[in-house]
Ligand binder design. Structure first.
Ligand code: URA
Ligand code: SF4
Length: 222
């Protein structure tokens, strides 16, 4: 399958992308989720932050990073000296994937997207990067890292370093993406996912690690 590719409009800005993404059926995840959660933020943000997929609250609100992980991320950005209003927030996968709701339980349990779903949704992320044209993309966790750098990406090996954003060679690239990967030194910085900080045994230490990585982004953007 071509995943999301047939649904991505060749022309138009972010609003056109967002409208088209609302009707995407590029993988099975649209069926059980409430809605597509597209990226949000300034159309020409210098910084783009990429998470894994919307969570329970994002699925209901239709906006990325509005739940607990988003609050933690915004507070880490603040400590690193980055204004969150200046950043574009999005996810590697645009629909919420969750375990079947057992009766009496209100919150649905997040499930990690498969590599197939990640690949299917990648054209949306590629199109957002092309339209927003950020100087720096921050990959939050392994899923975002794999989507942006290829399936062998590991957070522990790469976090906190300024890398160059060349799409992973093992993922199918459109001609446009190939062209983009040749251009102008866009940078990528990987760090942990804010949900991993929420789950960490030593939360203060994990939070400090996230802030320290984001300071590298802050310094790069000046
Ligand atoms: N986690 C993510 O990766 N993205 C969101 O938008 C919310 C939680
Ligand atoms: Fe389309 Fe991505 Fe949603 Fe799958 S997860 S239906 S590819 S928007």
């Amino acid at each position: 399958s071509d995943g999301a590719l047939p649904y991505v409009p060749a022309r138009g800005g972010l609003p056109a992308l967002r409208r088209a993404a609302a009707d995407c059926r590029g993988c099975p995840l649209y069926a059980d989720a409430t809605q597509t959660v597209f990226g949000a933020g300034p159309a020409r943000a210098r910084l783009m932050l990429v998470g894994e997929q919307p969570g329970d609250q994002e699925d209901r609100a239709g906006e990325p990073f509005v739940g607990p992980a988003g609050r933690l991320l915004r507070s880490a950005l603040g400590e690193a000296g980055i204004e969150d209003e200046q950043a574009y927030f999005t996810n590697a996968v645009k629909h919420f994937k969750f375990a079947p709701v057992t009766e009496g339980r209100k919150r649905r349990i997040h499930k990690a997207p498969s590599l197939g779903e990640l690949t299917a949704c990648r054209p949306w992320l590629a199109a957002e990067i092309k339209r927003v044209d950020p100087e720096l993309v921050v990959a939050l966790g392994a899923t975002a890292g794999k989507s942006l750098l290829g399936s062998s990406f590991k957070v522990t090996e790469s976090r906190g370093a300024l890398l160059s954003l060349t799409p992973g060679a093992d993922l199918p690239l459109t001609a446009e993406e190939k062209h983009d990967s040749d251009d102008d030194g866009r940078r990528l910085l990987a760090t942990v996912h804010p949900s991993a900080v929420l789950r960490a045994k030593d939360r203060d230490e994990a939070f400090a690690g996230l802030v320290s990585d984001l300071r590298v982004a802050s310094r790069y953007l000046g």
